[in-house]
Design a protein around this ligand. Structure first.
Ligand code: PMP
Length: 358
């Protein structure tokens, strides 16, 4: 039977070159051979993050990189500002709560992006805020947030700007150093075109001074230990060796295409998706729509579950529905990572046929 094509916002399609790299011979992670590949991945990931900062790799999903941010850059009792506009902003708040960080919350209507002015105001009235937790691409609503403007609002304060770019890295423009973003969390299985299994963290200079002095106890996620290992081109614990081969290959492919071209390809795919979906009479859910995925409202009288099941079983294409209160209400079409015009046009055709059938 034909394989199912993923149009989900993670995991995403993995190019055959990357799968081939992953299937290579397992190397020992403390040997020179592996350190060479590891060094390459770290050096080239920095070019994707557009940062001269430290890059950490964890054998984890994206949430691991998020947890690493909370435990290394906050202490119990610290105050943080969390921007919530969907499920993944909520995750920042849950992590803060799990690690005894007091939170000020900016609650955005789902589907809307945050107003940087509100962040500025909140920081002015709460000068004791140590960190601002934001999301580049809020996957649950397909919204992109104005990270550049948020960085401007945070720049002259004592707070760190910590951005979840798990979905956004490599499909949305992100100039980590130039914009002044302090910490960026990412993962392998979105626009980085790999299977799930690696969490990444990019840490700038201002942030580095914070984790170096942080006294909160943690173990697996300890960046002081990870940084000491990084100097020897190693990780403190056994890395997901074959996943590192995969990331090495994917990043080589992204850099060969050129990050500006990668961002442009995603802009073009998003335009095709938005226009095509609107032509079908569908309404976009996000008011600030991302380039990595597009969400549309399920038309009155149509059964979302039935549409998604038929697309999966008949067209062999997997799309995502809504999460939390948006279950049954939206369909999300991802065009992040290994996705090209012919793929998104095929997805739109299949969706149109299914909607016409219902
Ligand atoms: N943040 C965002 C924006 C995400 O889309 C996801 C995954 N859907 C996560 C965080 C969590 O990542 P993971 O499921 O890999 O832990």
């Amino acid at each position: 039977m034909k394989d199912k094509r993923l149009f989900t916002p993670g995991p995403t399609e993995v190019p055959k070159e990357v799968l081939k790299a992953i299937s290579g011979k397992v190397m020992h992670h403390r040997k020179k051979e592996f350190s060479g590949i590891f060094e390459n991945v770290i050096k080239n990931s920095a070019k994707v993050f557009r940062s001269q900062g430290e890059i950490f790799l964890f054998s984890s999903s994206g949430t691991g990189a998020m947890e690493a941010s909370v435990v290394n850059f906050t202490s119990p009792g610290d105050k943080a500002l969390v921007i919530i506009s969907g499920k993944f902003g909520q995750r920042w708040a849950q992590l803060c709560s799990a690690f005894d960080v007091e939170t000020e919350i900016i609650d955005c209507t789902w589907g809307e992006a945050v107003d940087p002015g509100k962040v500025r105001e909140c920081l002015q009235s709460n000068p004791d805020i140590k960190a601002v937790f934001a999301t580049l691409l809020e996957t649950s609503t397909a919204v992109v947030h104005p990270i550049k403007e948020l960085a401007e609002a945070v720049r002259d304060t004592n707070a760190l700007l910590i951005v979840d770019a798990v979905s956004g890295l490599a499909c949305e423009e992100l100039e980590t150093d130039q914009w002044g973003v302090d910490i960026v969390a990412a993962a392998s299985h979105k626009a980085l075109m790999n299977p799930p299994g690696l969490g990444l963290l990019c840490v700038g200079d201002k942030a580095r001074q914070v984790y170096e002095k942080n006294t909160r106890k943690c173990y697996y996620w300890d960046l002081k230990k990870a940084s000491a290992s990084l100097k020897n081109l190693q990780t403190p614990y056994t890395p997901a060796v074959n996943m590192v081969y995969g990331l090495d290959k994917a990043i080589e492919m992204l850099l060969k295409e050129g990050m500006e071209n990668v961002w442009q390809r995603h802009r073009d795919l998003a335009t095709i998706a938005r226009e095509g979906l609107k032509d079908m009479g569908l309404e976009l859910f996000a008011l600030s729509p991302s380039n990595g995925l597009t969400a549309v409202k399920v038309p009155e009288g149509k059964d979302c579950k039935k549409i998604l099941t038929s697309l999966e079983e008949d067209a062999r294409m997997v799309f995502a529905g809504g999460q939390s209160h948006l279950k049954g209400k939206i369909i999300r079409v991802a065009h992040m990572g290994w996705c090209f015009e012919k793929d998104i046009r095929r997805a739109l055709d299949a969706l149109k046929k299914e909607l016409d059938k219902q």
